[in-house]
Design a protein around this ligand. Structure first.
Ligand code: IPE
Ligand code: IPE
Ligand code: MG
Length: 239
C-alpha cells in the first residue's frame, strides 16, 4: 500500500492564512479576523502537544507583511504582545518550548523583551517545540546563514572546500529540529509566500480552502491522514 510506512509527522509547519477574508465575510474589521486566528492557534498548539508532535512552526508575520496598512501592522503587533504575555505561562505549564524565528530586531524594544522572557522561561521544556515565525522570510533566513558562514571562512575557521550543505544548514532557522514533514496552508492560496524555503525541500504539502479562524483539530487530523497516505521517495524509487 503506498505510503503505509509513514508514521505521524514529527515536524509540521503551517501558513495560517485567511484571517482577513474571514472577518470580511462577517462585515468586520481585519483585526477581528486576527483575533479569531489567535483562538485557532491556541487550539492547534494544544492538539499538537497532546498528539506528541515534536515541533510545530507557525507563520505569524512575514517580512513582506510590513507592506500592509499601518493600522493593521499595529493591530498585529499589539495582538502578538498580548498573546505572549497571556499565553506564555500556559505554554510553560504544558512543557512547551517557545522559539521565535525571524529578524526580531525590527520589533519594538518592548516586544523584543517579551519575546526574550518567553523564550528564556520555556527554554528547558522537553515537550512540543513551538516556533513562531515573526518578521520571517525564507530568503532572509538563507542570506543570514550565508553571512555567518562567510564570517567563518574569513576568519579561517573553515575553508571554502569544507563548506557543504550540512555545514551551511546549521546556520538556518530550525536546524536543531527534525526536518519538516508536512506544510499546511489554509486560506485557499497555493504558494509559499517566502515561508521556509531550504527547510521544505522534501516536505509534503496540504492546501485547504478553509480560512485560518475556521481551522480545527478535525481538519488538522485530515491533513495528517493525507500525509500518511503519501509515498515519500526522497529521490529514490520504491522497490
Ligand atoms: C494571515 O491572514 C495572517 C497574517 C498574514 C498575519 P491574512 O491577514 O493574510 O488574511 P487574508 O489572506 O487577507 O484573508
Ligand atoms: C503569508 O500570508 C504570511 C502569513 C500567513 C503570516 P500572506 O497573506 O501574507 O501571503 P500572500 O500575500 O497572500 O502571498
Ligand atoms: Mg493572506
Amino acid at each position: 500500500m503506498p505510503g503505509s510506512n509513514i508514521g505521524f509527522p514529527k515536524h509540521v509547519a503551517i501558513i495560517m492564512d485567511g484571517n482577513g477574508r474571514w472577518a470580511k465575510q462577517r462585515g468586520q474589521l481585519r483585526a477581528i479576523g486576527h483575533k479569531a486566528g489567535l483562538k485557532t492557534v491556541r487550539r492547534i498548539v494544544r492538539f499538537a502537544s497532546q498528539k506528541g508532535i515534536t515541533a510545530l512552526t507557525l507563520y505569524a508575520f512575514s517580512s513582506e507583511n510590513w507592506n500592509r496598512p499601518k493600522t493593521e501592522v499595529s493591530a498585529l503587533m499589539a495582538l502578538f504582545g498580548y498573546a505572549l504575555n497571556r499565553e506564555v505561562r500556559i505554554l510553560h505549564k504544558n512543557n512547551i518550548k517557545l522559539q521565535i524565528i525571524g529578524d526580531v530586531s525590527r520589533f519594538s524594544h518592548q516586544l523584543q523583551k517579551c519575546l526574550k522572557i518567553a523564550e528564556d522561561l520555556t527554554c528547558d521544556n522537553t515537550g512540543l517545540v513551538l516556533n513562531i515565525a515573526a518578521n520571517y522570510g525564507g530568503r532572509w533566513d538563507i542570506v543570514n546563514a550565508g553571512k555567518q558562514v562567510m564570517k567563518q571562512i574569513n576568519q579561517g575557521e573553515i575553508t571554502l572546500e569544507q563548506l557543504d550543505e550540512s555545514h551551511f544548514s546549521r546556520y538556518l532557522s530550525l536546524s536543531e529540529l527534525p526536518a519538516i514533514d508536512l506544510v499546511i496552508r489554509t486560506g485557499g492560496e497555493y504558494r509559499i509566500s517566502n515561508f521556509l524555503l531550504w527547510q521544505i525541500a522534501y516536505a509534503e504539502f496540504y492546501f485547504t480552502d478553509i480560512l485560518w479562524p475556521d481551522f480545527d483539530e478535525k481538519v488538522f487530523m485530515q491533513a495528517i491522514d493525507v500525509f500518511q497516505s503519501r509515498e515519500r521517495r526522497f529521490g529514490s524509487i520504491k522497490e
